[in-house]
Design a protein around this ligand. Structure first.
Ligand SMILES: [Zn+2]
Length: 95
């Protein structure tokens, strides 16, 4: 079978499991106040003092948030949204 895209990068099952288990909120604490924000947001605003806090670490090593960002960028293609929706239905039926 000929394929025109490289699909094997040595991704680990551990990474796939971590993405599936990735929380949809990030807990942040500032001024002794605990609040939640999107785990994909780079900054959050403290509800008590109004200061903007950097909540994502941008390091040389890619993190799960970076993987999700890459998938979201892929989804920005007009055709990709429909493909994703169809695949989500298939995956939902696999439960
Ligand atoms: Zn604060």
């Amino acid at each position: 079978m000929a394929m025109d895209t490289q699909t094997h990068f040595g991704l680990s099952q551990e990474l796939l499991d971590a993405i599936q288990a990735f929380p949809v909120t990030r807990r942040v604490e500032h001024c002794g106040e605990k609040f939640t924000t999107s785990p994909l947001d780079v900054y959050a605003t403290c509800p008590r003092c109004g200061v903007q806090i950097k909540v994502r670490a941008f390091s040389a090593t890619a993190e799960i948030e970076d993987v999700i960002d890459a998938v979201l960028l892929w989804l920005n293609q007009p055709e990709a949204e429909e493909l994703a929706r169809r695949r989500q239905l298939v995956l939902a039926g696999d439960d």
